[in-house]
Design a protein around this ligand. Structure first.
Ligand code: XMP
Length: 513
């Protein structure tokens, strides 16, 4: 079934996929297209509206991306955001100029007044905070347009030609810092474009499955499965699309949390896919013996993972596609472009470079984490796989300070389980973004029964964060911390002291190594 479609026309801004995501959140299907896409191709999509994104250029620079005049004759509403707003003004006879000496140039949160009669702002407060990032401003508004928002520094924050359905905003409604940004986008989609909200995650799943089938044909796909949310959802999606042609290789490096390897295996054995679990714990432990330096540990684990994976891939034989659970934030962070045909080199997942694949398949590449979780639920993945917190590739090795030994790992696994169990019992799991135990290499003196102990100190870490780039330590109630501490020293042998980490990031990092 064809859905009402909104086109996000990409002029090179940073937030293009975020705009697309905000449109999807409102239940409207959308596609991001480069601004160079021929208008005839856009017309073929039968859009109900078009959004011009921001971009790094200045519209009066002859080399800057321009809008094809035909776009304004499509007969559908257009919303221009930041550069897109200036482009709208510039293309329709207005004048855009560099802001003079800071006046009208705005960056960051800005108090803004709105005309509530404008359909874009209808039903919203007359004053609120918007998030700006522009050095140019509209000196002259094009004919037929009126000003619909202003700030202290800039009289021309938003423009509208309601008769033609053309709207422009200098600020970014798609970022959370713009107080009513989501409601403005909703007004654009529902009040101005007339959307009915006919798109759901189920539709996304169906479209993704269809596209994967078209792309993969009868080829064979190998997926490196870590058991984390992203690769698990990618596996479930590929299983739905090309079940029999998929092989999932799960390298269990023995550095997983309590029962984790078995849980991953149990979840995937229910799907009609070939699932290969490689129990490589011994191999990893022997390579890590005597190693204490954090970077060296990471390098050994990364290198060993590749060797085990390659050995399995060779056993499997011909493989056409290598699949990965790369998601959009990974793409932004690694700064990667649209990788298409490769002879697999090291990429976001750090996979092998001497096994030949025709191409890499990344079905989640345009989704954000919470969308990946929703898709996972839609695909029927169990909640403990979909809702789990991030877990680093090197696993417990980077939470076991100093040398990694089987005994220390066993202690840590038990302690980590108790911590998570008590957090779940206290009903706090949903309010903490990542929480885990760390076995410090420190020993200290204690007294248990009538005897002296000289045992390990365990650290508990919990952070609250939205992007994991910065993080605050979670204010866990004292009585919960108390219960956790009592259980830890009673139930886990060789732990006689428990510390709670109250450092934010920065200056600390989330993990210890
Ligand atoms: P840091 O410790 O850098 O961690 O503050 C930020 C986030 O990244 C996770 N992390 C990793 N994830 N491979 C991963 O897949 C890794 O090597 C790795 N190291 C850190 C960490 O758990 C946190 O969520």
């Amino acid at each position: 079934m064809a859905h009402e479609t909104v086109i996000v026309l990409d002029f090179g801004g940073q937030y293009n996929q975020l705009i697309a995501r905000r449109v999807r959140e409102q239940g409207v299907y959308c596609e991001v297209k480069p601004y160079t896409t021929p208008v005839a191709d856009l017309k073929a999509l039968d859009p109900i509206g078009v959004i011009f994104t921001g971009g790094p250029g200045s519209v009066y620079d002859p080399a800057a991306p321009q809008a094809d005049p035909e776009l304004f004759r499509l007969g559908v509403p257009i919303l221009g955001i930041c550069y897109g707003c200036q482009l709208l003004a510039h293309s329709l006879g207005g004048k855009v100029a560099p802001a003079q000496s800071g006046a009208a140039r705005e960056y960051g949160k800005t108090g803004t007044s709105f005309d509530p009669d404008c359909r874009l702002f209808r039903g919203l407060p007359a004053e609120s905070v918007t998030w700006m990032s522009h050095g140019d401003y509209m000196e002259k508004v094009p004919e037929g347009f009126r000003l619909t928002a202003r700030s202290a520094a800039c009289p021309n924050v938003a423009i509208a030609d309601e008769a033609r359905g053309f709207y422009g905003v200098q600020f970014h409604p798609e970022v959370n810092h713009t107080e009513h940004g989501a409601a403005m986008l909703r007004n654009f989609l529902y009040e101005i474009c007339g959307a009915s909200g006919d798109w759901t995650m189920e539709d996304y799943k169906e479209t993704a499955v269809r596209r994967l089938r078209e792309k993969i044909g009868d080829g064979r796909v190998l997926l490196a499965l870590s058991g984390g949310v992203d690769s698990s959802v990618a596996a479930a999606l590929l299983a739905e699309a090309v079940g029999k042609q998929l092989v999932c290789v799960f390298v269990d490096h023995g550095l997983m949390r309590l029962n984790e390897g078995d849980e991953v295996e149990a979840a995937f054995s229910k799907w009609d896919v070939r699932f290969v679990r490689v129990n490589a714990g011994e191999r990893f432990l022997s390579r890590l013996a005597g190693v204490t330096e954090p970077e060296e540990k990471r390098k050994i684990i990364g290198g060993e993972f590749i060797r085990v994976f390659e050995a399995e891939a060779k056993k499997i034989g011909r493989v056409d596609y290598l699949a990965q659970g790369t998601i959009y934030p990974d793409v932004i962070e690694s700064g990667a472009g649209d990788a298409a045909v490769i002879k697999s080199h090291h990429n976001v997942g750090g996979l092998p470079d001497c096994v030949d694949f025709k191409e890499i398949v990344e079905p989640l590449r345009l989704l954000f984490k919470d969308e990946v979780r929703r898709l996972g639920r839609e695909l029927g993945l169990p909640e403990y796989l979909v809702g789990r917190q991030p877990f680093p590739g090197p696993g417990l090795a980077i939470r076991c300070i100093g040398e990694v030994t089987r005994d220390k790992l066993d202690l840590l696994r038990q302690a980590d389980f108790i911590f998570r169990d008590e957090i779940a019992r206290a009903g706090l799991a949903g309010s903490m973004d990542q929480y885990f135990a760390v076995l410090t290499n420190m020993r200290s003196v204690g007294v248990m029964g009538d005897g002296r102990t000289y045992d390990y100190t365990l650290a508990l870490r919990s952070v609250t964060t939205s992007d994991f780039m910065t993080a605050d330590w979670t204010r866990i109630p004292y009585d919960v911390l108390d219960r956790i501490s009592v259980r830890l020293v009673n139930e886990v042998p060789h732990i006689n002291r428990v510390l709670y980490d109250i450092t934010s990031k920065p200056p600390a990092t989330i993990e210890y190594e």
